[in-house]
Design a protein around this ligand. Sequence first.
Ligand code: WT7
Length: 647
Amino acid sequence: MGETLYPVPAAWAADALIDEARYREMYARSIEDPEGFWREQAQRIDWIRPFTRVKETSFHEADFGIAWFADGTLNLSANALDRHLAERGEAIAILWEPDDPAEPHREISYRALHADVCRFANLLKAKGVGRGDRVTIYLPMVPEAAVAMLACARIGAIHSIVFAGFSPDALAGRIVDCDSRIVLTADEGLRGGKRVRLKANVDEALAQCPGVETVIVLRRTGADVAMQPGRDIDWHDAVAAQSPDCPPEEMSAEDPLFILYTSGSTGKPKGVLHTTGGYSVWASITHQYVFDYRPGQVYWCAADIGWVTGHSYVVYGPLMNGATTVMFEGVPNWPDPSRFWQVVDKFGVEIFYGAPTALRALMREGDDWVTRTSRSTLRLLGSVGEPINPEAWEWYHKVVGEERCPIVDTWWQTETGGTMITPLPGATALKPGSATRPFFGVRPALLDNDGTEIEGAGNGCLVITDSWPGQMRTVWGDHERFFQTYFTTFAGQYFTGDGCRRDEDGYYWITGRIDDVINVSGHRMGTAEIESALVAHVSVAEAAVVGMPHDIKGQGIYAFVTTNADVEPDEALRRELIQWVRHEIGPIATPDVIQFAPALPKTRSGKIMRRILRKIGENDVSNLGDTSTLADPSVVDHLLANRPQLA
Ligand code: WT7
């Protein structure tokens, strides 16, 4: 691979918070003396009672456990709000840009946000929500979503945000799993000029959730929605009566902060649990150093709060650092493909953090949509969620950033709480497509399939060999699943699920998931979930789902479906199944290809040979590998002969 090296621009090297020498020194210290390093770094947080214990972690079965700063107490909302009031209370905390550019934007100061959070926290308390209670949030990208998160953190309630694009069924499953008795939603969401019927979805979901007693409904569009007396209350009416004064609860460092459901290779989505102290340290330190953030700069992470990126880098990280964080309700290509860059110009955005899938979609629309905007305030760009192909990287660098902005390609996961492998803009020479080097305290390793560590350059399974403060602590309600999922593939190591190459310079190149998880437009999906949605349809006997390369989405969804014997598969059924999956999970799970197959390739013991299906999905059929253990090899010939024509 003839890779280009982009050295750190001279101005960055001279002025950055972290330059190369400092990165090396701090990284070495963080590995050699994690206790000492984190004892110091954790001082960035205001602790109510200072911790004396730092790192108590083991990935081994005998003494498995993860705790950081365990005897310290703090409150995250106080760190994100109260601590800024004296010095920068009038500074803008949230700059909100609505879906429709014709609607006015909103500027919310730290002082105003603090008052809103206190009022809403008092409302939650009035509704009986207290420490440790779960609050499900199903809201669009509006400032009230951040208010709700911070209000939960303020009173010690655990929020569980469900992406507002998920279906009623998916929402219901998540409400039931963590036993929430309260749901926060809006009448409707707005995205790309389209309305999303959030309240109607909640009503449908709640038919399966008898435990929910309260629904607080934000008026976003003013649509006429059904309100169930005794259960549903109007957000603004209820909040108006509340006091803007709510003292923060004193939380232990290891008290739960939030649950966020994410897909794995098997079973239903897992409730990833993050706790208060370590997560606060991790979200704030990574935000500061990865983005070289200085107070006063306008910073924009274009992720939805329904994903972990929105948690750590729209809300918690930036607010703990006193940033002005842009919150965007809309989509990149509506009303036209200039939308992102118009918002950059409107607010004078200096740091922009987005997903490769959006960049690829915009790249296809031509440079003119970008170059007609100024973007002169931009100084740093970021990428997150999936591998960024060098072509999109080069376009981002040249056309969007006019070759003046470094790009931080940040590798991390819902489970890691914040960035793990990432350039630091003043320290790291860049290679397009590489997430480059580990952040402080992160010890990556590559293992071959037998678990033997690969030294130097090579390709293998990416594991992290020791704990870091932002690590998830458990799967909600299933600690055994947490241990089994992450620490048994390679005993004593955190297994990421990703494949990775390390080059001669020690740079990491994530090659993608090596388990049955696919990454569609930066959204993580378990193939098993889509399969179970498909087999829930009356006409379907069996289904197997694999990823396929997709120009814009990164990966698309390729489903092999065997219908029941009395069903003749046709175009109408194909369309019906696509709608079915959208309804069961949500539009992000829409299959790109459905191939009907009289049978799936199986071993004699009846196990589907997914390896073969993956190769067909990848259109890499010249060498399907060993097929001798198949029960009926002709099944593969039939699959190959009947592949749908792809556009
Ligand atoms: C999976 C995690 C990162 C937070 C949002 C997604 C893939 C993520 C990168 C990157 C290559 C990446 C990995 C990872 N991924 N960032 N910069 N380069 N791959 O979090 O939904 O938990 O997904 O996204 O495969 O395991 P997530």
